[in-house]
Design a protein around this ligand. Structure first.
Ligand code: ADP
Length: 209
């Protein structure tokens, strides 16, 4: 639900000075009480305001379902992304495992000598190799990684909903955030299921959990 200018003004007045009577609100807006009656009814029905007889209107603190949905739809990668952790293609699987522990991430991105994205390494990629061989120091990560053009990625301006949809469709835990650089893609960020969970939680900021 989009609030009009007057409804937004009423909401601001009640937020700042509530409880406040309809009469007082109308006075502040230089309008007749009857003029703002429909607006007060809408704000009350939508759950933005509560009204108590002889006390007046006060701000409920509740967000309408529509405003929560609007916030969710508007969430962008750039506001929730994390720092990416990258390794070079010739790094050994052993070193990649150490890197994953040290950096405390679940996915590493692999880049070539020009820092362009070439691969992705997940925890299970590394585990799979670990149970298959004990020559972890000799195997370079480019042999086992998921490689371009099979990498699912996103841009800073993409929405978290678009990212979440890709994660579910491809059954992956994270996406590199990229920008085009020459013929390739430079990794500038990382979106993980944790970032999506943080975004989900932020929708409930005003609620006691
Ligand atoms: P895990 O394998 O630890 O459960 P994921 O579910 O993220 O972690 O990875 C599953 C597989 O998908 C792995 O083989 C990994 O290389 C690959 N993968 C992970 N992220 C991506 C991505 N963004 N694009 C393409 N493939 C990916």
């Amino acid at each position: 639900m989009e609030l009009n200018k007057r409804q937004t003004e009423i909401l601001e007045i009640v937020k700042a000075d509530g409880p406040i009577t309809g009469e007082q609100i109308a006075e502040r807006l230089n309008l007749a009480r009857a003029t703002i009656r429909p607006d007060l009814a809408i704000l009350t029905m939508a759950g933005f305001l509560d009204a108590r007889p002889r006390v007046g209107y006060f701000y409920s603190g509740k967000k309408s379902i529509q405003s929560v949905a609007d916030s969710m739809i508007g969430m962008k990668v750039k506001d929730f992304q994390s720092t990416p952790v990258v390794v070079a293609e010739n790094v050994s699987v052993y070193d990649a495992i150490c890197h994953m522990f040290l950096e405390d991430v679940g996915t590493l991105f692999v880049v070539d000598k020009d820092s362009l994205l070439t691969g992705v390494l997940s925890r299970k990629d590394l585990l799979r190799t670990s149970i298959g061989t004990n020559e972890l120091e000799k195997i370079p990560v480019h042999v086992i990684m998921t490689r371009m053009p099979n990498i699912t990625y996103c841009g800073k301006q993409d929405t978290l909903l678009q990212v979440a949809k890709k994660m579910m469709a491809k059954q992956i835990d994270s996406l590199p955030v990229v920008v085009t650089k020459g013929d390739g893609l430079e990794v500038v960020g990382r979106v993980t299921k944790t970032n999506i969970t943080a975004a989900f939680l932020s929708l409930a900021d005003d609620h006691e959990l």
